[in-house]
Write a protein that binds this ligand. Structure first.
Ligand SMILES: Nc1nc2c([nH]c(=O)n2[C@H]2C[C@H](O)[C@@H](COP(=O)(O)OP(=O)(O)OP(=O)(O)O)O2)c(=O)[nH]1
Length: 158
């Protein structure tokens, strides 16, 4: 009786699986380091599926960047301001909050240290919003952002 040959073991992961999703970073921009009563929400203008929804300004971490430098760069590009970062708003996963496409987003507290905000890229409206359930839930956030909004309310809300 011949022994069945063992089935072939794949030696490499298919490209679709080996390509690690780029991390996303978002800024919870608060009015000041001391008061933390207001949050700067940004309304997306693109892509079509996300246009009109509110989010934390930010974007994808580029190769060679760390999360913090990527976030400072993204906010400068999108809003035209320099920010300083505070604590991370942590999820229960080290790579951050789960987004709809399976990527994860790390979110940091931030404050503006120079410049005036303007919706330069990716947004058509910026709004300072009270950090209260009533005010934050009035905005239609990207669905994946609601747990982050809740974490902010638990941290800074009334
Ligand atoms: N910036 C940001 N992105 C979010 C949030 N919530 C959420 O699901 N996302 C998703 C939307 C996008 O699929 C992805 C971030 O992509 P992006 O389009 O902002 O990144 P980017 O500026 O680097 O753009 P690009 O390189 O793709 O052109 O994460 C959020 O609060 N802020």
């Amino acid at each position: 009786m011949s022994r069945a040959s063992s089935s072939a073991v794949p030696t490499s992961t298919p490209p679709s699986q080996s390509k690690k999703k780029r991390g996303v970073v978002g800024a919870a921009i608060l009015d000041t380091r001391e008061s933390r009563k207001q949050l700067l929400a940004a309304r997306r203008s693109a892509p079509e599926a996300l246009a009109g929804l509110w989010e934390f300004p930010g974007g994808k971490v580029e190769p060679g960047e760390n999360a913090e430098s990527a976030l400072i760069r993204e906010v400068k590009e999108e809003l035209g301001v320099e920010i300083e970062l505070g604590d991370e708003i942590r999820s229960d996963h080290p790579d951050g909050w789960l987004l709809a496409n399976g990527a994860r987003m790390r979110v940091f507290e931030a404050w503006i240290v120079a410049g005036e905000t303007a919706p330069l890229e990716d947004h058509d409206l910026l709004e300072w919003t009270d950090v209260t359930t009533e005010a934050l839930y009035r905005l239609e956030w990207i669905p994946a952002d609601f747990p982050i909004v809740d974490a902010l309310l638990a941290r800074f809300g009334e």
